[in-house]
Design a protein around this ligand. Structure first.
Ligand code: ADP
Ligand code: MG
Length: 295
């Protein structure tokens, strides 16, 4: 879903925000049906799981299994057809500053420099200029971009753009950081480096992270727990804990076993997803041939 990230920012800066008990995210028996014309598509079916505060969870699954849909539901950008999503005691009914999404495309504003991009959400929330500067510098340092505040986004590599997007998300101090295949478009070396950076940032900030990927090894590197999703309608098929010491690297031998376990869970699902795509294509082709034959 292409949606400018800034639209999701409604920053709650009220003093009562810091709760005594960090909230757990709960996804309860969620079903999501998309309606397009007369056809309805069940994207998610009976999805339930919990993510404790400070956990790092990866969602892995074949293309089209509903990973982005699930992330959008947690972000409050979509509403469930059935079931419930809660953060702590509160039902998620829309976007909020406690949950921020980072997408594959950094969606930075080209007319703003790096620092102003990072400060955009804070400015919307009415944070003073001075406070904004302090915070943006802090988070640009955190993502390894100290000194780049005045740069224009078109001057940056893909990897640096994603670092800016990460700083822009973190500067809002969300409780939950939602990442939807943020490194999928980057070259291998850049991605390797960013996977290390994300682990470091997670350890330094203690954020709850839910990271979507279709890359098994990426999931094994990042997650404390990998939730493997099945072909449509998306469900959680397996949960695989990863306890290897950090920082982990893609080429790490100790992760091969975990990656293989995830792959084993995925094999059938991949085949099923491919079969579904074939059926849709065949139905579409038959439809068009019918139209042509009649016409
Ligand atoms: P993934 O991120 O795992 O690749 P998505 O969550 O994007 O999968 O999509 C899951 C399914 O729901 C797909 O079949 C997709 O075409 C469908 N879908 C997603 N968003 C919409 C929408 N807004 N309207 C109709 N169908 C949608
Ligand atoms: Mg997706």
């Amino acid at each position: 879903m292409a949606m400018p990230q800034a639209a999701a920012y409604t920053l709650d800066v009220s003093p009562g925000r810091a709760a005594a008990v960090p909230p757990t995210l709960r996804v309860r028996s969620v079903r999501k049906v998309f309606q397009s014309g007369k056809r309805s598509l069940v994207a998610l079916e009976d999805v339930s799981f919990e993510v404790a505060a400070g956990d790092f969870v990866c969602l892995v699954g074949p293309s089209g299994c509903g990973k982005s849909t699930l992330l959008n539901l947690i972000a409050g950008l979509e509403r469930p057809s059935q079931g419930q999503l809660l953060l702590g005691a509160r039902t998620i009914t829309g976007p909020g500053a406690d949950r921020v999404v980072m997408f594959q495309e950094s969606a930075l504003f080209p007319w703003l420099n790096v620092q102003d991009n990072v400060e955009f959400g804070l400015q919307l929330a009415g944070v003073s200029r001075r406070e904004r500067r302090t915070r943006s510098e802090q988070y640009l340092d955190l993502v390894g971009l100290g000194g780049f505040g005045r740069a224009w986004t078109h001057e940056l590599s893909g990897g640096m753009k994603q670092r800016v997007a990460l700083a822009r998300a973190l500067v809002l101090d969300p409780r939950v950081l939602l990442m939807d295949e943020p490194f999928a478009a980057l070259d291998a070396q850049t991605r390797d480096r960013l996977l290390l950076e994300v682990q470091r940032i997670w350890q330094e900030t203690g954020k709850t992270i839910i990271f979507v990927t279709h890359n098994v090894r990426e999931a094994a590197v990042l997650a404390n727990r990998v939730l493997v999703m099945g072909a449509r309608p998306g469900r959680i098929r397996a949960e695989i804990p990863v306890s290897a010491p950090r920082p982990r690297e893609l080429r790490g031998v100790d992760l091969l076993g975990v990656a293989n376990r995830i792959s084993d869970e995925l094999v059938d699902e991949m085949a099923q997803a491919e079969q579904q795509e074939r059926e849709i294509a065949a139905a579409s082709a038959a439809h068009h041939m019918g139209v042509r034959a009649r016409g």
